[in-house]
Write a protein that binds this ligand. Structure first.
Ligand SMILES: Cc1ncc(COP(=O)(O)O)c(C=O)c1O
Length: 403
């Protein structure tokens, strides 16, 4: 019996989830594993947000919510876009979904014809590619090297666009590299896109608040207002407010696109959980101090990792400008021999070695379509990160490096 449809054949389970499963199995077997695989804040959702959900449930907000989002949450999102990004969206230009991931799925489901190309900037959040593949689209990769700060350049964008290109997907700041774009850089990308009117822009700005060194994060549509009618600005509360489990994401974009995404959502999940929408409303409307606290904690951790990696000659890391990951170059470890005589042939082997020998779980760069790198999440305590670095230093010492 063939259960899975053939369109699923190209899709692999999420690499970070597989690493965490493996790490959990080792933990269950009694090993002391430090899991730096998963990308979620290690903080609790602020209490006033939880309380808003509690009150909403007690007040009877327990029935089917409107498919595209409650009026209160859409109002809060419109106010957030205006406050943080100077973007004006009417309620019918906003949609609320079960996480940013569903927003992205809905947008591609609503727009892609078979073979339509979606340009992704490697290294990228691996699920972008899988979503495109499962929907019959054609993911195109633009490699953005460490030398260019893992950022898309106007030249590379221009060279990659073809008549089949339907979307270009930007992620600002990016997972896994933490790349933050300046206003001028975003304008230059916008200038290229002006000449390609068939291309839509998806700008995933879910890490917008986690930017370091007093930098500012700009929304693509804010800097390129003339492209607003073909830009979908994706965001959510998962990362900004430590709300990954509440599953609320949202987007602002042209009404016709939002309508099409609404149609998809109405056939799949209907509206996102009513109580979680009340919580997200409180998050966006309420005190914003937790954003600053989380950012400071992530910056301290980023600084620690940058400092530790600077003292490991076999690894390299330019300070990530934002998000809560470190995308660490490990080219010097490729070709090294382990004490048991195996050769590390790829970054997948390197992460496997770190897990087996150091009991540190990380994700291979190949999961983000750029090798050889290792991504660690810095959403762990300073002590855990320090201990993980100690272990990595020790396990690298046991390797015989390729000459
Ligand atoms: C770049 C990026 N976009 C979207 C998501 C998904 O966010 P959500 O929890 O809102 O579905 C993630 C989660 O790791 C992410 O890294």
């Amino acid at each position: 019996m063939k259960y899975a449809a053939s369109r699923l054949a190209q899709v692999k389970p999420s690499a970070s989830a597989s690493v965490s499963l493996h790490a959990a199995a080792l933990k269950a077997a009694g090993h002391n594993v430090i899991d730096l695989g998963l990308g979620e804040p290690d903080f609790n959702t602020p209490a006033h947000i939880v309380e808003a959900a509690h009150q909403a449930a007690l007040n009877g907000e327990t029935r089917y919510p409107p498919t595209g989002g409650t009026a209160a949450l859409k109002k809060a999102i419109a106010a957030k876009f205006s406050r943080d990004n100077q973007l004006a969206f009417a309620p019918n230009e906003i949609i609320v979904s079960n996480g940013a991931k569903q927003v992205i799925f809905n947008a591609f489901m609503a727009t892609l014809e078979a073979g339509d190309q979606v340009l992704l900037c490697a290294p990228y959040f691996g699920q972008y590619k899988d979503i495109v593949l499962v929907l019959g689209g054609n993911p195109g990769t633009i490699a953005c090297s460490a030398a260019q700060g893992f950022k898309l350049t106007p030249e590379a964008l221009e060279a990659a666009i073809t008549p089949a290109t339907r979307w270009v997907l930007l992620n600002i700041p990016s997972n896994p590299a933490g790349a933050v774009y300046s206003k001028d850089e975003l304008r230059a990308l916008g200038a290229v896109l002006q000449d390609h009117p068939q291309v839509m822009i998806m700008s995933d700005e879910i890490y917008e608040h986690i930017v370091f060194d007093q930098q500012q994060c700009y929304a693509f549509a804010q800097v390129n207002p003339e492209l607003k009618d073909r830009t979908l600005t994706v965001n959510g509360v998962s990362k900004a407010y430590a709300m990954t489990g509440w599953r609320i994401g949202y987007a602002g974009g042209p009404k016709a696109l939002i309508d099409a995404m609404f149609t998809v959502q109405s056939q799949a999940t209907s509206g996102a959980c009513s109580v979680a929408q009340a919580a997200a409303t409180a998050a966006l409307n309420g005190p914003q101090d937790s954003i600053e606290q989380f950012k400071q904690a992530f910056e301290q951790r980023r600084n620690l990792i940058v400092e530790r990696i600077a003292h490991i000659p076999e690894l390299s890391l330019d300070p990530p400008g934002g998000a809560f990951y470190a995308f660490i170059g490990c080219a010097a470890l490729i070709g090294a021999t382990t004490p048991s005589g195996n050769t590390l042939q790829s970054d997948i082997d390197v992460t496997q070695y770190f897990l087996d020998e150091a009991k540190v779980a990380a994700v291979a760069g190949s999961a983000y379509d750029l090798s050889p790198f290792v991504r660690i999440s810095t959403a762990s305590s300073i002590d855990q990160l320090d201990a993980a670095m100690d272990r990595i230093v020790e396990c690298i010492k046991t390797l015989t490096l390729k000459k």
